[in-house]
Design a protein around this ligand. Structure first.
Ligand SMILES: *Cc1c(COP(=O)(O)O)cnc(C)c1O
Length: 403
């Protein structure tokens, strides 16, 4: 009889979003239409430059002379035009990433999950707490998280991120091999400074650890002193892998395109991680469609960038409305300046789920209880800025009215 990967049996059933959906469904006869500030998905349509590029590419696919089959360069998943455009995007910030250190994929979620293939099953994984749940689940499936006791995984190293430490984790006492960092952060909305990140770069280089740096929201950074890439830190090229995506930057959540950077200087145990990933992708992945790659390229042209910036400004304006509105309502609200997320402290003595219920039942506004992102998320809720501007303003007004 076949033996299964019994790590799957250890996973708790998806709880957070199904539970939110259940409570919203069972909330019969709301006095007002429900407004959702819990969604983690973009809502504005694709930038016109992207749509035009994909239409043109689809047309090319219909002619023998311009048809594209497997991507020639399938080992790193990208056509030269896209890798060069990404390389140039790093160059604008003065970063010298070689085009063969850039691997294009169908998104950052896949890459965050698949990168584990390069490492031994007994590596110790550290995650921020609260955390984007993907890092925890993929670690558990690979057998690196140990057992779940209803609140915590036995082998994960939790790095608390709270108002007290500015939502940036301190170095752990136990030695961590793989460290997931996400900045600007989902769910807290905090963006790390160079000084904060330097601690972790030095730690990883000193200990032979690897930083897995998720930069999905780098385009939302508005404060000049926050690094957009981990490679802005000296020494990061010998210890860090960076994940990026067009999902939140260019509205690609339904189109699917992201990329991962692994510098050739990142060597562990005598092996270049870049070469291992190249081999892994060559065997298990056949690249992203030509049409999508043309769309992604278009988002990096001057016209495409301007259109993406406009959409991001729309979301960041929502974020400002939420942040300022919550503050006026007497809540401590964090984030929302360099990220589309606002992380708000619940009133004294009120738990995450209790506050979620209160806002649902009285203001008819859906948020996300912070406790769903990890033990240190208790006492917070997350609000997202991806909604419609008018609905967002109304939701904030309603919250103010009921508090
Ligand atoms: C949305 C998001 C991603 C994007 O994943 P894709 O698979 O590229 O759509 C990655 N990381 C974080 C933290 C996110 O919130």
């Amino acid at each position: 009889m076949v033996k299964l990967n019994d790590n799957f049996q250890k996973l708790p059933g998806g709880y957070l979003f199904p539970e939110i959906a259940r409570r919203v469904r069972e909330f019969q006869n709301p006095a007002k239409p429900i407004i959702r500030l819990g969604i983690g998905d973009v809502t504005l349509p694709l930038p016109p430059a992207v749509v035009e590029a994909m239409k043109k590419a689809a047309g090319e696919m219909g002619h023998k002379e311009t048809f594209h089959g497997y991507c020639d360069n399938y080992t790193n998943g990208a056509y030269d035009f896209l890798r060069f455009a990404i390389r140039d995007d790093y160059r604008v910030r003065g970063l010298d990433i070689a085009d063969d250190e850039i691997f294009v994929s169908d998104g950052a979620k896949s890459d965050c999950g698949n990168i584990g293939d390069l490492f031994s099953a007994d590596c110790r994984v550290a995650v921020c707490d609260p955390v984007y749940p993907v890092y925890v689940d993929v670690s558990a499936m690979a057998g690196r998280a140990g057992d779940f006791n209803g609140a915590r995984w036995s082998r994960l190293i939790y790095l608390p991120c709270t108002a007290e430490n500015g939502f940036f984790p301190a170095l752990p006492e136990e030695k961590a091999d793989l460290i997931f960092l996400c900045s600007p952060n989902n769910p807290t909305g905090a963006a790390a400074t160079k000084e904060q990140l330097r601690l972790w770069v030095d730690y990883a280089n000193d200990n032979g650890s690897v930083l897995l740096y998720d930069g999905a929201y780098e385009a939302f950074i508005t404060e000049d002193d926050r690094p957009h890439s981990i490679y802005e830190l000296p020494g990061a090229d010998t210890c860090a892998i960076e994940f990026r995506t067009f999902s939140k930057t260019a509205g690609f959540t339904g189109v699917r395109c992201g990329y991962t950077v692994i510098p050739k200087a990142l060597v562990r145990d005598g092996a270049r991680l870049r070469d291992m990933w190249n081999r892994r992708q060559g065997s298990k992945f056949n690249g992203v469609s030509y049409i999508v790659q043309r769309g992604a390229e278009a988002s990096l042209t001057p016209e495409g960038r301007a259109q993406c910036r406009e959409n991001i400004a729309y979301y960041l304006d929502n974020a400002r409305v939420i942040r300022e509105g919550l503050a006026r309502a007497g809540l401590s609200a964090y984030g929302g300046v360099n990220a589309p997320y606002i992380w708000a402290k619940t009133p004294e003595g009120v738990g995450s789920w209790e506050f979620f219920d209160k806002l649902l039942y009285t203001a008819c506004v859906v948020t996300t209880p912070g406790a769903g992102f990890g033990p240190s998320g208790e006492g917070y809720i997350r609000l997202t800025a991806f909604g419609d501007a008018d609905a967002t303003a109304e939701a904030v007004e309603r919250i103010r009215a009921v508090l």
